[in-house]
Each structure stands twice: as structure tokens, then as C-alpha cells.
Write a protein that binds this ligand. Sequence first.
Ligand code: ZN
Ligand code: FE
Length: 259
Amino acid sequence: MNLVALPAFSDNYIWMLHDGRQAIVVDPGDAAPVADALDARGLALAGILVTHHHPDHVGGLAALRPRLQGDGTRVWGPAREKIPAPFMPLTDGDRVAVIGLEFQVIEVPGHTAGHIAYFLPAGAAGSPVLFCGDTLFSGGCGRLFEGTPAQMHRSLGRLAALPGDTRVCCAHEYTESNLRFAAAVEPASADLAAYTASCRALRAAGRPTLPSTIAQERAINPFMRCDAPAVIAAARGRGVTDPSGAAVLGALREWKNQF
Ligand code: ZN
Ligand code: FE
């Protein structure tokens, strides 16, 4: 199995998993990069996974449907969101079987109310893979457009509990700006300094900083570290009196919005 990040728009990635014959793609906001990648590699499109309803994640669906194998029902998405029909609606704990792989659905509300993530355990594709849309970014998390800090805190907690070697496939290249904020939260973190240097080198070489790993995010992502003493102290410095994870996350998110 090959895992490929297809750049789209200014900073989106459309993730593709393929076995040399068949491919699935995640969140095709634009059809053109997907069509180009399928044609260049001689791949058939076997399925489309959608994490949430935003246009930069579903905008390419209509143009890609004619390329889908089978009866056109091989589009999966969150049951609680308005995705261009037809699609197979998914809720927490559902499984998606496609190209010999079985994904587990995890509901991760916060960025949007019905956002889902797709987790592929270790197996045919190698180490585990997570397609997390706009919930978890390397060094950050999605804006809270439809959900609460408590929801996002719980959602990120569920993702943090996945195996450390899980490859984290986020839908945007926001890493460098997230790491500038993370350094304001935890200026003394050596892990953060080392990771920032490696990400800068990747970007300078024109390469994605993704996938990250769950272990990496647990070490450096302030939104996954709301129970770390240094992160709680930084939130207290911003006026937070309640040290609960949800309150700390809410304070970080507001701080980041203005950063
Ligand atoms: Zn979004
Ligand atoms: Fe997005």
C-alpha cells in the first residue's frame, strides 16, 4: 500500500492510499489533482472517504463520481452532516471495508458537529493510519466552528489514545504556523524545538511535513497536552482559573485565533 499526499488549493492535502491498481482518496475538495494522480499511476478509483462537510473537503465529489468503480455508492461520510448525496452514512464504531482494508470510524466533533475520522489499524498497509480531516493538525487543531472546547478536548483525547506509531494524515499543511504558536505555549520544550527544525527542513525542500505520528503529537501539540503542567501554566497566564482540560483547550484555541 502506498500513502500519498496530493496537494490541493493553497494548503490542503487530499490523501490517497493505493495498491498499484486501486485507490481510495480522502476529502477530495478538488477533482483535478485526484484525476491527475489516478491517470499518472494508472489507478482505478475504488472509494472516497469524507470527514466533514466543508467545501474544501467535498468540492470534487461530483466530478469524481463517474470514475468510481461499481454502483456509485462507494462514497462514505458522516451521517450527521450534509454531504452531497448519495453517500453511505457512518457513525461511531462503524467499519468501512474497501480495497482489502478495514477502516474504523471515530466521531470527533468540534471543528464541525458531525466530523468523523477514519482509523486503519496496523496490517496490510503497514503501521496504522489516521485520516483526521480538520480535527487534528500537526502542532494544532481545527477551529471550533460548530463544536465546543469540551467536545474537541474529548475528540483529541480519543485520537491521542491511538497507537503511537499511527501515521497522522491531516487535511492541511498548517504545521509551521502551528509550531510558532506551540513555541509560545511551551517555549522550553526541546521536543518542540527539534520537531520544528525537522519540519522547516522538509518545507524548505518543498515536501509535506505530514504524516506526523500520534506519538509526535502527544509530545509537541499543545492541544493534545492540556493536562501538561507547562501548558496549564501558560493557560493560567492567559487568565484561565479552571485547570480542566476543556477550559485549557478553550483558552488555547482563543489565544491561537488571535495569534
Ligand atoms: Zn474544515
Ligand atoms: Fe479544511
